[in-house]
Write a protein that binds this ligand. Sequence first.
Ligand code: NA7
Length: 285
Amino acid sequence: MSDIKVGWAGLGNMGNPIVKNILKAGYPVTVYNRTKSKEQEALSAGASSAETPVKLVEASDVIFVMVSDDNAVKEIFTGADGLLSANAEGKLFINVSTVAPQTSKYVDEQCRAKGASFLDVPVSGSVKPAQDATLILMVGGDAEYYEKAKPILDVIGKLSIHVGPVGAGSAAKLAINYLLGLNLQGLAETVLFAEANGVSTENMLTIINEGAVGNGITKMKSDPIMKNQFPAAFALKYLAKDLRLAREQGIDMPLSAPLSDTFQQALNSGMGDEDVMAVIKYLKR
Ligand code: NA7
């Protein structure tokens, strides 16, 4: 058993499987989730529960946060009774949620003011890579803190890359999710175009996946497309958020505006809690 005490705030689709892998590696883990019932899975796997964010900090050396968006991250760090209302001196906080680079910088400043340290480490990969510990982790922050965190990061994913100072991890994540969005919309448009011209979806997916343009995403999303069922591996509302954040961060490419508009409209049409690949249903309308 490791002597580093790990804390984890946010047990959604991603947090739960990651916590199980950290437990499996022998770290003691204390968890906090706003909705207590969602802690059950982690507690059954051997985690302890902290009643409040403050108690989570008190029980832990390294505290991970994996919540939905920028507002949730700011609230859980700096809100009344948030993580930073504890005595946080000497603690290392790691935000693995996807947020704007400036949110990471803001939280870093708040941590430093409390004598704590901070890394932004968003992850690339959805529920299956989280279960299999094959996520890719993009690290922003001081190398010294990255070295401290690396043994834990190594049990969460297959690769961590130190990309620069705080905020750089978030920037890398917005960039990779831009490519994810292009892949998803490209796949959806291709299949729909083929179908409109008499080529079955099954045949078109085989052509894609057997050829050079097939990739991890086209393969992973083929089965949901065939079944026309899209349970969230990565909720559409989060990709819509990431594409919006990329635009706010200044991306201005020929495809960037129509791409984020498509996912925003799919979100507006009520598909936010479905998987990102549900964009094909929206485009089919
Ligand atoms: P989920 O499954 O939607 O889970 C979201 C989590 O965030 C869940 O634990 C929520 O708690 C928590 N949350 C949301 N808002 C807050 C606030 N204000 N305070 C505390 N906790 C909050 O998301 P995923 O696990 O798929 O993804 C998480 C992040 O990784 C996201 O940034 C993605 O883009 C990537 P609840 O259970 O609702 O009380």
